[in-house]
Design a protein around this ligand. Structure first.
Ligand SMILES: *Cc1c(COP(=O)(O)O)cnc(C)c1O
Length: 449
């Protein structure tokens, strides 16, 4: 195995450089025999790009499974259910894969619930429904499906849920999502656990809501929920939040509420820059931080990881269209853009970018940008990169979470295709969006002359 990137070994474990095999006479003649190329579970990414085109998302099933298993191991000392956060990557085949591993789901919309039920009709019993703005129709769908838990985020929402459950004559199981007023020390856009954020109910006001809920015949109080943000690498924030939540559980139980579930949310960060090998260590530290405050409480723990399950399991493949130099600044203009992967533009997020063919060891400082007419359309700025040529294929790493789901049609660009590599076989799990797909909802008045 050779090192990638501009020096350090930064690839997620499922994406490894291998010596290419002599797959065709032509290749041997061209002298590419034995070149190093980046593979996903042994399948050369260059081949996938040639077959399915670019930009292309490629996911490793083995890596997703390994991450689900790592969670199960880290938390095996207490009763728990992993409810994968669908918003991180909601492609049906990814959900099916995760359902097959025995996980449940955390949804934040009726649409996400429908996706989950589409891949497994019986999944509702392991679904939690989060979000500050659940609409009546979404509640109806979820109450009807019989989901595991509603994470209620306001007094008004609790009233609407009570009315919905009463009308359907079906019990809704509830937790109140509390806002612990703890800093997650992450990007402000993905931090949710401070009092100035829109999420949750202040801990001091929670007992009032539980008292309201307990009066409703069709509501069943069963848990407390918390989620302080995303891409959190300081596990001390989780511990701090759960200590406050554990205190609330004690108070609520004293008040006679039957609190069985503690939903600790998601938010465990991944290493976008450093080595990925440390995930086992990181999840062990996370598990310790989450479980320590709950000792002795005999709770069933719910976990809602998204990014830490799928983030490192996906790459976005893109081809270099042009090289260009403006004064002294170098640009690599690639065929993927902010409509395919928004994270750099939205959060200034860092993604490692590596050439798919090992190639030269020479490096240069360049910006990697897309074709969209926005200065914010970039994947890297002033980045030290391996020198590549026009036509070369690049892999943008750790693109499995908050990648394809944030895709759009800006600049009338069709959304990228998605491929899942599973048991050494590649399958298109979402075909490339065509121009017809994009205009199918639009209408133009009839021509008058
Ligand atoms: C987004 C979200 C998650 C998942 O967060 P990750 O950082 O992807 O693990 C979990 N729970 C809730 C309520 C969320 O909004």
């Amino acid at each position: 195995m050779k090192r990638a990137g501009a020096g350090r070994d930064v690839r997620p474990p499922a994406f490894v450089y291998r010596r290419s095999e002599n797959r065709s006479e032509r290749r041997i003649k061209r002298g590419v025999k034995g070149a190093l190329e980046l593979c996903c579970e042994r399948l050369p990414l260059e081949d996938l790009a040639a077959r399915y085109g670019t930009p292309l998302y490629v996911y490793s099933a083995a890596m997703i499974r390994a991450r689900v298993a790592a969670f199960a191991r880290a938390f095996d000392s207490i009763p728990h259910t992993l409810c994968y956060s669908v918003k991180a990557n909601s492609t049906l085949a990814i959900l099916r894969l995760i359902a097959e591993e025995g996980a449940g789901f955390d949804v934040v919309s009726g649409g996400e619930l429908r996706r989950v039920l589409r891949v497994n009709r019986k999944a509702a019993s392991k679904v939690v429904f989060s979000g500050v703005g659940k609409a009546a129709a979404e509640m109806e769908l979820a109450v009807g499906a019989g989901i595991l838990l509603f994470n209620v985020e306001s007094a008004s929402e609790l009233r609407l849920l009570a009315a919905t459950a009463t009308r359907l004559k079906k019990q809704a199981v509830v937790a109140v999502r509390v806002n612990p007023d703890v800093s997650a020390k992450t990007h402000p856009y993905i931090s949710t656990g401070l009092h100035q954020h829109k999420f949750g109910v202040p801990i001091s006001e929670a007992p009032g809501l539980y008292a309201q809920a307990a009066k409703q015949a069709f509501l069943k109080v069963a848990g407390v929920s918390v989620h302080i943000g995303s891409q959190i690498t300081n596990v001390g924030s989780f511990r701090e939040a759960l200590e406050r939540v554990a205190d609330l559980v004690r108070v609520l139980r004293e008040q006679g509420h039957d609190i069985r579930y503690l939903d600790a949310g998601g938010g465990l960060g991944i290493s976008y820059e450093g080595t990925q090998a440390s995930f086992e260590k990181q999840i062990a530290a996370y598990a310790k931080a989450v479980m320590a405050p709950l000792r002795g409480l005999k709770l069933h723990l719910l976990l809602e990881p998204g990014r830490s399950i799928v983030g490192a399991a996906g790459v976005l493949l893109t081809r270099v269209l042009y090289r260009k130099t403006n004064h002294k600044k170098r640009f690599l203009i690639v065929d993927a853009a902010m409509n395919d992967l928004l994270r750099p533009s939205l959060y200034g997020a860092h993604h490692e970018i590596v050439p798919v063919r090992g190639g030269t060891r020479e490096t240069e400082i360049a910006d990697v940008v897309g074709p969209i007419c926005e200065t914010g359309d970039f994947f890297a700025r002033d980045r030290k990169l391996r020198v590549v040529s026009e036509g070369d294929l690049l892999a943008i790493l750790d693109a499995g979470a908050y990648g394809s789901v944030l895709g759009s049609n800006y600049n009338t660009r069709g959304r990228a295709a998605e491929v899942l590599v599973k048991n050494a076989k590649a399958t298109v799990i979402r075909r490339r969006e065509s121009w017809q797909d994009q205009i199918r909802l639009e209408k133009v008045w009839a021509r008058t002359n």
